[in-house]
Design a binder for this molecule. Sequence first.
Ligand SMILES: [Zn+2]
Length: 154
Amino acid sequence: MKYINFLFLSLLFLTACKSQTNEINYEVIKTDNEWREQLDQMSYLVLRKAYTERPYTGKYDNFYEKGTYHCAGCNEPLYQSNNKYNSFCGWPSFDKEINDKLIYDVDYKLGYPRTEIKCKKCGGHLGHVFNDGPKETTGIRHCVNSAALIFKKS
Ligand SMILES: [Zn+2]
């Protein structure tokens, strides 16, 4: 019985933790309908439903102009073009974000933990972070969906 109580309390604790992480107070908050109206379909699916666009299909995969990449949901600047590099993975890759613009989370969608990256201002899903980035800089690869970004020329 004690064990069952412990199990129950652990579950309760885990549930409490989970609901806490869902209650981040983002600066930009919109209803699902508002997001759907504002965003094109692919950006909506990526940012709000954590979809991943098919590799080599995004508009910024092979794109290397000088400028800044903003969140397609709330327009916050997230990445600089001088941190973009070609990882040949099929998605825009960056070795570094602009300081303090992202939230890191864990997702188990593929059955193993991956580090999910979200926009700190609106909570929009951007992609994932991996440890196979360029060794000469950070060693980190931000694998970001093009549909989550808007490029602005500098
Ligand atoms: Zn955003």
